[in-house]
Write a protein that binds this ligand. Sequence first.
Ligand code: SP5
Ligand code: ZN
Length: 357
Amino acid sequence: MLTFHNPHHARHAGQQEMFRGQMVPCHEVPARLDHVLAELQRRPVGPLHTPDLDSPAAQAALDTALARVHSPRYLDFLASAWDEWVAMNPANAALDALPSVWPLPNRHGFRTDVLPRNFAARLGVFSFDSGTPLTAGSWPAARAGAACALAATQAVLGGERSAFALTRPPGHHAGPDFMGGYCFINNAALAAQALRDGGHTRVALLDVDYHHGNGTQTIFYERADVLTVSIHGDPATEYPFFLGHADERGAGAGTGFNLNLPLPRGTGYATWRAALDTALQAVADFGAQALVVPLGLDTFAGDPISGFTLQTGDYLAIGQALASAGLPTVFTFEGGYAVAEVGVNAVNVLQGFDRGA
Ligand code: SP5
Ligand code: ZN
């Protein structure tokens, strides 16, 4: 298992997120990735690399890959967002940007075809929650993270059995033209599309984060060439609430190519594992030629914002089960907020995968 880690991840460091009327400290903190990297150094599963971030060829390839999953106007927005935030008021330089007004697309007739000149309003057009602070370094961190996902994918296209994109901010809540859920760029979707563009005709995503991968689902919802499967807390009670139900099966040509396996808060390993077996059967039935695993570790019993009860040892078995699909596999690092344990749990999945491979 090769790992590509993001040398710029700590440039994205939100101060606080809005939660039920209060600003609370961010759960998605730089120390999360540092713990995974430290555990990989203690317990190596393969070479550790950083991606090429500087050569013109790498930059051009990254721009192409980003534009395959995100809209031009959203990418333009992200690239200039921090400067525009500070331009609103120089004092903003000490604050994170958080949205506080939204157009509710598809409802009430609000328009998003005409972008407001006001930056705070534009931030609302391109986001769906107020828990995702945009900071001075969010864009360079997210862009370098996408480079990790692309490098991991290129390694797998080059014949590696598996590779891990160890990056934050995470990605699976980010859609074609929106941020949210601590995510800006959908690294897993970028990897899946790059696997398609690299020649695999059928690619599957199996999202094991506690939260439904709404961004990934939306990106591929009308496509039959990319199967999206997600095991997650039931959106009736769990974030992101407005997507992730079992009756969402895809649309148009993509009908039948999305599978949601929502589970109630409190679910333990036995039930979760049965859902994983169902998910793996769907991946096999689809005839996938490559697999992307958005790897969230917030299914852990000790996670401060989630509700499943998986234990550290379970992650070895999960990795082994994922390897049993027998597919070239790209992992992307997603959630997992029990900071002290996230490294051991993540590396358990990778080590379990290597043992099963
Ligand atoms: C990638 C990922 O796992 N994103 C998850 C985003 C969840 N955002 C909302 C979480 C609400 C947190 N509640 C804070 C409780 C403070 N006591
Ligand atoms: Zn999550």
